[in-house]
Ligand binder design. Structure first.
Ligand code: GLA
Length: 385
């Protein structure tokens, strides 16, 4: 479907057929929130919403790309990249970091589209970054290494775009496998594919609230975590155990709360992976609920809408557990629900949330999708035919 739209649009803009269509997904994090920049564990899952790019290599170093969703074009030269503003910066940033890492890039002509809601905490920017990396790998002919591409994309976001994110979103978009969540050690970038429990559905609940100043609140949490790690004499909070927290007496109350969230959240991720492996859905749901309470009370990154939607979800009998997901302060929650009742659950929560908050939620029953990949290679016919 997307491929057809891309093919037609590509023909309209470039009067030709594209050679490749690449795709990279957004993600929802099941558990392990704010642990990535503490060298900890996370368990995200790539979702069935993504960014697609249809493209053909050029013989020079020009990149021409049309965003079908924004209705705008952008052109830049790989040899003279300069920082500017807007959506194209994610693409230029990845091009810049790939080249800085030694990759020889070819230019391309492209059209791009996507259906990851922007600003909702489902990593639409990581999807653009990884789709860009996948596009360059296809036209420039280099091998795809998920962890390396995720690191480069994260660097583009940190340094070129100027957003201080961790590695989770890029790794989820780069390395996920269809039907599985990604259990990732953010210190080593080692990962395993964790099977989603049978007969369950993952439901994303978008509160429709967005908060400004997320960056400054996020950076504040990061520095509080660093302060706590220094206090415990460790490289990162990953190295602090639940028992060690008892020795945290001298820390300020607020920094202690931040540390407690990270340390207990890391432990919850490990327990969640065990629960998934043994198919213990009830236990997994309890861990979701405990994670939300910790993010609300200790890490203090929920807002009223997130707490309300999570309560509405937890009140429903088909729901095993629910929690906020992503950076917080607005955006989405995620619920683990009995598969056969997922759509009914979505309707009931939507009505209950409207009643409680006066807001309209967007609710998606989603599937665990594959990470970044080439989804179509069109064979061009030689002129001899
Ligand atoms: C954002 C960041 C991630 C991660 C989450 C919180 O999504 O981009 O790196 O820190 O917040 O878990």
């Amino acid at each position: 479907m997307k491929t057809e739209i891309l093919e037609q649009s590509y023909a309209t803009y470039f009067n030709a057929k594209p050679e490749f269509v690449v795709r990279a997904p957004g993600r929802v994090n099941l558990i392990g929130e704010h642990t990535d920049y503490n060298d900890g564990f996370v368990l995200p899952m790539a979702i069935d919403r993504a960014v697609w790019i249809a493209l053909t290599p050029r013989t020079d170093s020009t990149v021409r790309i049309r965003s079908l969703d924004l209705g705008v074009d952008s052109v830049f030269d790989l040899r003279s990249l300069t920082q500017g503003e807007g959506w194209i910066e994610y693409i230029k940033g990845v091009a810049y970091e790939l080249q800085r890492d030694g990759y020889q890039l070819r230019g391309f002509d492209a059209v791009m589209t996507g259906d990851v809601p922007r600003g909702a905490g489902l990593s639409s920017s990581a999807a653009v970054e990884l789709a860009t990396a996948r596009a360059f790998a296809s036209v420039s002919g280099f091998e795809w290494n998920a962890a390396r591409m995720a690191r480069i994309s994260q660097k583009a976001e940190n340094e070129w775009v100027g957003v201080n994110c961790g590695i989770m979103d890029q790794m989820a978009s780069a390395a996920s496998r269809e039907g599985y969540a990604l259990f990732l050690d953010c210190r080593t970038l080692e990962y395993q594919h964790a099977p989603l429990p049978k007969n369950t559905a993952v439901v994303i609940l978008d509160t429709s609230t967005r908060r400004g100043l997320v960056d400054s609140a996020y950076n504040e949490r990061r520095s509080q975590c660093e302060e706590a790690a220094r206090w415990f004499g460790t490289k990162a909070l990953r190295d602090v155990s639940v028992d060690d927290l008892k020795k945290g007496d001298g820390l300020s109350e607020v920094v202690m709360k931040r540390a407690r969230h990270i340390v207990t959240e890391n432990a919850r991720v490990l327990k969640a992976v065990e629960a998934m492996t043994s198919g213990n859905v009830k236990r997994l749901g309890e861990l979701f609920n405990a994670s939300h309470a910790s993010l609300r009370d200790d890490f203090e990154v929920t807002n009223e809408a997130l707490n309300q939607i999570v309560e509405c979800a937890q009140d429903q009998s088909p729901c095993y557990g629910a929690r906020m997901t992503g950076a917080g302060f607005g955006g989405c929650a995620v619920a683990l629900v009995e598969g056969k009742n997922a759509h009914e659950f979505a309707d009931v929560v939507s009505t209950a949330y409207k009643k409680k908050s006066g807001l309209d939620a967007s609710i998606y029953v989603c599937k665990a999708s594959a990470g970044a990949g080439v989804i179509e290679v069109f064979k061009t016919l030689g002129t001899g035919f």
